[in-house]
Design a protein around this ligand. Structure first.
Ligand code: 5GP
Ligand code: ZN
Length: 115
């Protein structure tokens, strides 16, 4: 989508600090980190949110959850102590960028519940 910030990051039209990339996914450091490690994992294709995923996206969704997030957590050294994965969805979910993304936060204790 032409006016989507995360599509532009995926296309390298906007710079980001990448920690992982493959043919389906990009992961990069959040501009305003909320924890010592705060990475965003996005599909390269524009999907608006979790509720916009379709049957044809099964492989993509499984890849992100099974392969990519655990690998990034291991690579960034937060897997053992634990981390939080969040997908804010829609307005009440606090989603500000309307391109599906998974926050991966670690390096400190995460309180629950969020505000
Ligand atoms: P949301 O509130 O939609 O769940 O999360 C959007 C996240 O994207 C926020 O944590 C925000 O800091 C991050 N963000 C917004 N614009 C940019 C950008 O241009 N570059 C990077 N690296 N992160 C961004
Ligand atoms: Zn997009």
């Amino acid at each position: 989508m032409s006016d989507c910030i995360f599509c532009k990051i995926a296309a390298k039209e906007i710079p980001s600090t990448r920690v992982y990339e493959d043919d389906m996914v990009v992961a990069f450091h959040d501009l305003e980190p909320q924890a010592p490690v705060h990475v965003l994992v996005i599909p390269k294709k524009h999907v608006e949110s979790l509720v916009a995923l379709r049957q044809e996206d099964r492989e993509l969704a499984a890849h992100i959850l099974i392969d990519v997030i655990p690998k990034i957590a291991n690579d960034l050294g937060i897997a053992e102590e634990g981390f939080r994965t969040v997908a804010n969805t829609g307005d009440n979910g606090g989603q500000t960028v309307k391109h599906l993304h998974f926050h991966v936060l670690g390096g400190r204790f995460m309180k629950w519940p969020p505000g």
